[in-house]
Ligand binder design. Sequence first.
Ligand SMILES: *Cc1c(COP(=O)(O)O)cnc(C)c1O
Length: 367
Amino acid sequence: MSNFGDLANPWVPGLPVYEPGRPVEEVARELGFGSADEIDKLASNENALGPSPRAVRAMQEQATQMHRYPDGGAYYLKRALAAKLDVEPGQILPTNGSNEALELLGHVFLNDSVEIVMADTAFVVYRLVAAAAQSGVVAVPMKDYTHDLDGMRAAISPDTRIVFVSNPNNPTGTAVGSDDVARFMDSVPDTAVICFDEAYVELLDEEDRPDTLQYVRDGRNVVVLRTFSKVYGLAGLRIGYAAAPEECMALLNRVRQPFNVNAMALAAAEAALEDEEHVERTRAMVREGLAGLADALDEAGIPYVPSVVNFMLVEVGAGRTVFGELQKRGVIVRPMDGYGLPKHVRVTVGTRKENERFVRELKAALA
Ligand SMILES: *Cc1c(COP(=O)(O)O)cnc(C)c1O
């Protein structure tokens, strides 16, 4: 009999596990659908328009080069991102999804005698990263489903090593604005790293995006995280990046794998960055989808949290039950009890057809 559990570091067996959704094919088979195509997956905030066609072409071209290791320094992608964001190439680190950047931050800054500060209903991976490093978690209540930056500022102690601000926030779909961010940054001490996780920022109009990269240029203790998983439609490839001052990069580079980003992902990301048209089409689809969903839910008298991104918290009563009912009807959403929101489900904005089906099946499920 093996006894790996006894041999493991003592805190590991007790760590929480991230629950991924099941494969759509499995759900289809179990529920008696003819194929996965009959199911609409609106559960993971993916891009319903698919990947950028330019990225697809770049990957097809790259396929014949898969016997080569990737460029471990991500030379071209760093330069392209730096030019786009007006920072230095040395202030960018491409990562295996922005989740990897979160993990690297944990390796560099967290241990069992420090803590993180986050909003209580923010992205769950911050908690997992803290747990893996045995750090404490100070979870600050949200106000009106929105980050309370004053409250988070007040929660920072000398032991706080990272403050995570998910902006816009998953799963609530809300954002904090430039003035709030500026006031927060004026008052935070230099004993903590401020991490702005901006996975959905491209969905905001330019003037609504707090200029967090300015803090990177200014050499503040700020790390900005972005991803190609959402608006760029490349979630399956696992590519995101961190932007931070060079001093921070020197640390992150010491704890990452030499080839943390694969060659396919580098090629696709470079191509996707140039595909403004795909980003614009996505923004338009999300804008129309959000408005359509809001109208339909208003009309049906179903409450929801107004969203600025490509997903929405909908208050359905018994969230997990309604999730199950919707799944039987071929629509997969995300139950939110794990986030302390048992009355809500989170639905991703899809195509018009998908959104309309969601509302139709939701009404049927609630009836
Ligand atoms: C989706 C998401 C991420 C991105 O994850 P990837 O690892 O880049 O796929 C990061 N933060 C938040 C808040 C998200 O919703």
